[in-house]
Design a protein around this ligand. Structure first.
Ligand SMILES: CC(C)(COP(=O)(O)OP(=O)(O)OC[C@H]1O[C@@H](n2cnc3c(N)ncnc32)[C@H](O)[C@@H]1OP(=O)(O)O)[C@@H](O)C(=O)NCCC(=O)NCCS
Length: 393
């Protein structure tokens, strides 16, 4: 049976790929609005590449790659965000997703993407494709009344309420600026926010200081007496954070709880005195996966922040395998060749670059072979950092 994997056009997206992903990810059976589906395919095609595996011209498996940039140790790197991986149920457990992903990885690399991230259905599956697990996003559940003291502060700036779709362009520009300073943050390569404008309806509370957007809260309200559910809570500085939390406080007699996804390192217990809240990070297959990341090009890492030191490593990986000499002391330099003193697998290198694991953990996890001096050099080159992915796709 002839098998091909190729990038599809919007018409094929709306028929072949979307048929597989709708079955996999949406409540079904459901009616399809073919015109709307094609319009979505045309929009997505401008910001992503969709791959389909065909057997005898029948679509069997699909995957989508969003063109994005991610902040990795001080630099915004071209990133392929994988989503919508689905196989026809009749064809599952036959190695189609594996074959498709092998082609997708090679294509991302050929497109110049340096790293890739995704939210896995099962991390062990993607580990075999060179991905390493990252930290899971924290969320806080807090009663808005606990935030009322913030309304008494004399804060500069203002918060205004909008439909998210109406301010998607402003939000995209704000996020792109913020990504330059926030480790792990990723944004679509979509300057005008057309993709954000196409997402599920929600509110956007925008904070401005001196007329300049400095943060926002994207949320929906489940019901009167229910939750204010914030999928995005991003800000430049603590003053803006307080402005936005003040906005949440205004919902004290409307909702029982606010649930806010937290930026990396945020500590809600310090926001006010007498805090009454719960911080959690849920990880569960399918519904609440922790993100993963992969390196697609070692040369492409040149220029990221790196501590002092140098080491030559052999990377054992089908896509980026080889010997590389790495040196730091400011930013990372990468030169091919040398005499290796450590061996790293694909997930091993990704875990170091993203700060997910200490070098001493790599041999324990089967992600590399190295002695203590090599671990010390790698620890110095890639000092501990938060390993989050700040993006949902
Ligand atoms: C997740 C999903 C895409 C996997 O697709 P698939 O084509 O079945 O994947 P593969 O066959 O390549 O691999 C799946 C498993 O089958 C095994 N497998 C591969 N070839 C096999 C074969 N010939 N016989 C039996 N099992 C096989 C693989 O080893 C793998 O199991 P393992 O990870 O424990 O080793 C598919 O189940 C699906 O569409 N699920 C619903 C949507 C979803 O969750 N998508 C993922 C979002 S990120």
């Amino acid at each position: 049976m002839p098998v091909t994997v190729r990038v599809v056009d919007p018409v094929e997206w709306s028929t072949d790929s979307s048929r597989l992903t709708r079955y996999a990810f949406q409540p079904s059976p459901a009616e399809l609005d073919a015109g709307r589906n094609l319009a979505q395919g045309k929009l997505y095609a401008r910001f992503s590449r969709t791959h389909v595996l065909y057997e005898d011209d029948a679509p069997r498996a699909t995957a989508m790659v969003w063109r994005m940039h991610q902040h990795v140790r001080g630099r915004l790197l071209p990133m392929g965000g994988i989503g919508g991986v689905a196989t026809d149920p009749a064809a599952r457990r036959g190695g189609r997703a594996r074959q498709l992903l092998t082609a997708v990885l090679a294509d991302m690399r050929a497109q110049g993407q340096v790293v890739s991230t995704l939210y896995p259905f099962r991390p062990s599956f993607y580990e075999r494709f060179g991905y390493a697990g990252l930290a899971q996003e924290r969320r806080v559940r807090i009663a808005p009344a606990a935030l009322l003291p913030l309304l008494r502060l004399d804060l500069p700036g203002e918060v205004t309420l909008h439909r998210h779709v109406e301010v998607a362009g402003d939000i995209q520009r704000f996020e792109t600026e913020l990504a330059a300073q926030m480790p792990g943050m990723a944004v679509y390569d979509d300057p005008d926010g057309e993709l954000l404008a196409n997402q599920t309806p929600s509110w956007a509370a925008i904070a401005r200081v001196d007329g300049r957007m400095t943060g926002y809260l994207r949320y929906s309200i489940t019901e009167h007496g229910g939750d204010l559910d914030a999928r995005r809570f991003l800000y430049r500085d603590p003053v803006t954070r307080s402005l936005l939390l003040g906005w949440v406080a205004r919902h004290t007699d409307q909702v029982a709880s606010a649930v806010l996804r937290l930026p990396p390192g945020e500590t809600p217990e310090t926001w006010t005195a007498d805090a009454d809240l719960m911080v959690e990070a849920k990880v569960a297959p399918m519904t609440d996966a922790a993100p993963m990341a992969r390196i697609l090009s070692v040369d492409g890492l040149a220029g990221i922040d790196a501590g002092p030191g140098e080491i030559t490593v052999r990377v054992d990986d089908p896509l980026i395998g080889g010997v590389y000499s790495l040196s730091g002391g400011g930013t990372l330099s990468v030169t091919p060749g040398g005499t290796p003193s450590a061996e790293l697998t694909g997930p091993g290198l990704a875990a170091l670059v993203y700060g997910a694991l200490d070098p001493a953990e790599l041999p324990l996890r089967g992600f590399g072979t190295l002695d203590e001096p090599a671990a010390a050099s790698l620890r110095s080159l890639f000092p501990p950092t938060t390993s989050h992915l700040v993006a949902h796709f």
